[in-house]
Design a protein around this ligand. Structure first.
Ligand SMILES: NC(=O)c1ccc[n+]([C@@H]2O[C@H](COP(=O)([O-])OP(=O)(O)OC[C@H]3O[C@@H](n4cnc5c(N)ncnc54)[C@H](O)[C@@H]3O)[C@@H](O)[C@H]2O)c1
Length: 350
């Protein structure tokens, strides 16, 4: 802290950092973004010359030496999340880390241990929990409108939207394909809607069917087919300890009617609902009802900004973060287990 302001440093200052994360912090009056670390010289020049960032480093260890920094916002590729979080917590910083929190269950376990040891906050930036549709539907669920949600079908399907940057398609950086890029969003959301139960077992499959083919065109341009080494399709069946379940299906390149299907359908004993459209199915006095919730007229704060605002509030008031790392642990456990199950052909039982 300096002059009454919370100081923020970024590890990784690419697309998501320079977009909604930077503007999210800038909106807050008692915050200053003071430094960044990024191995790319081009990015460091942008930080210095276009954003006027005071401290710009190639290596995040140098950024972490700045004692007054209170919060590190990690926006580096997925596989960097683990080492960067551990180093930041060891340096006494609070950490907001982009999704996925890490790419291995063991890594998340270590991150949780380190956060506890340091007494600092750690939260995965699952911004979809902060969307107005998500907040409204969660309230409805918590009010008992759906009864017990016993099953969910989660989709993160894109027809031809394959991210072209190696950040998302080279396993050394991304840890995986659509599961870690977009699947993690819909899984975290569905898992939260279901009340965050413990995972019992996971069965799944991951496939690379279209991404290596030269005749397939992406709507975001060309990608390096040689370096593409992750799945382009994945599907998993997850059973929870309390005998409920969900399925997760994700793809960057699905042959499907529309351009994308980013949704989750929740089946409850008293009602069912689809996110994000808010179509609620119920039965009352023997009469079936379809109710359309008017979610599009609710106030609509930018979800990334909300997540940043709420995280700062937790740091200031020493409150528990809303996306608890223990919840992210179950989410990462599921994703990792889908890869393991796909490789072994067996169910992973925890
Ligand atoms: N929540 C969302 O909506 C959302 C959207 C996009 C990306 N993301 C996440 O944000 C992260 C970054 O994605 P992006 O789209 O900004 O990617 P990007 O490739 O645009 O930016 C990543 C940046 O990290 C830098 N970097 C690489 N190694 C580093 C290291 N060791 N230390 C510090 N910086 C390093 C790169 O040079 C690059 O500038 C990923 O984890 C991704 O999953 C989240």
């Amino acid at each position: 802290m300096k002059d009454g302001k919370y100081l923020v440093g970024f590890i990784g200052f690419g697309g998501i950092a320079r977009g909604p994360h930077y503007t999210g912090w800038k909106k807050l009056q008692d915050v200053e973004v003071i430094g960044i670390a990024d191995p790319s010289e081009e990015v460091r020049n942008i930080a210095k010359n276009e954003f006027g960032i005071k401290y710009v480093f190639e290596n995040y260890d140098d950024l972490l030496k700045i004692e007054e920094i209170d919060i590190i916002d990690i926006c580096a590729p997925n596989t960097i999340h683990f080492p960067a979080t551990i180093a930041s917590l060891k340096a006494g910083k609070n950490v907001l880390c982009e999704k996925p929190l890490a790419v291995k269950k063991n890594e998340v376990e270590e991150m949780i241990k380190e956060a506890k040891k340091s007494g600092k906050k750690l939260m995965a930036a699952q911004h979809m929990r902060f969307m107005r549709e998500s907040v409204a539907i969660k309230k409805l669920i918590d009010d008992g409108e759906l009864g017990e949600i016993y099953f969910a079908i989660a989709y993160a399907l894109r027809r031809r939207h394959l991210p072209t940057s190696l950040t998302f398609i080279d396993k050394n950086l991304s840890g995986g394909g659509p599961m870690f890029d977009i699947g993690v969003h819909i899984l975290d959301l569905t898992y939260w809607f279901m009340g965050c139960p413990k995972v019992h077992s996971v069965k799944g499959i991951t496939l690379t069917k279209l991404a290596k083919r030269k005749d397939i065109r992406g709507l975001w341009g060309e990608w390096d087919r040689e370096k593409y080494n992750v799945e382009d399709f994945a599907s998993g069946f997850v059973r929870f300890s309390d005998n409920r379940a969900l399925t997760l299906t994700c793809s960057f390149l699905a042959n499907m009617e529309g351009i994308s299907d980013f949704s989750t359908t929740l089946f409850g004993t008293e009602g069912g609902i689809k996110w994000p459209n808010g179509k609620l199915a119920k039965e009352k006095n023997g009469i079936l009802q379809n109710i359309e919730l008017k979610l599009d007229v609710l106030p609509n704060p930018a979800p990334h900004h909300e997540e940043i605002r709420v995280f700062l509030e937790c740091v200031k008031e020493n409150k528990e973060v809303p996306v608890k790392p223990e919840q992210s642990l179950e989410v990462i456990k599921i994703l990792e287990a889908i890869y393991i199950s796909s490789e072994t052909g067996k169910e992973v039982i925890f």
